[in-house]
Design a protein. Structure first.
Length: 92
């Protein structure tokens, strides 16, 4: 076991085994041949927001509710207007 550890740390791991006829590389891929880079992320293009927070805050609660319904969002007009603006802005 110590010889095996010594081979790993000294870099002699690529030696072929003396006892076997088949190559070890036929069965196992060595760890140094693998890449450990982070997987690439696909970039997703964000669609531009149709309304800014300033534009939404100029609307009434009823207008914001109608705009939300056009986009399939149900808003509760009992909430404070600033919360409605933030909910609608996140959803659009």
């Amino acid at each position: 076991m110590f010889k095996w550890l010594k081979d790993i740390f000294t870099g002699n791991i690529h030696k072929e085994p003396e006892c076997c006829d088949t190559k070890l590389s036929d069965h196992v891929t060595h760890w140094s041949n693998k890449t450990f880079a982070a997987p690439t992320m696909k970039t997703v293009k964000k669609t531009p927001k149709s309304h800014t927070k300033a534009q939404l805050s100029k609307m009434t609660k009823k207008q914001m509710e109608e705009l939300g319904r056009k986009h399939g969002i149900e808003l509760d007009r009992r909430l404070v207007k600033s919360k409605l603006v933030s909910q609608l802005h996140k959803a659009l």
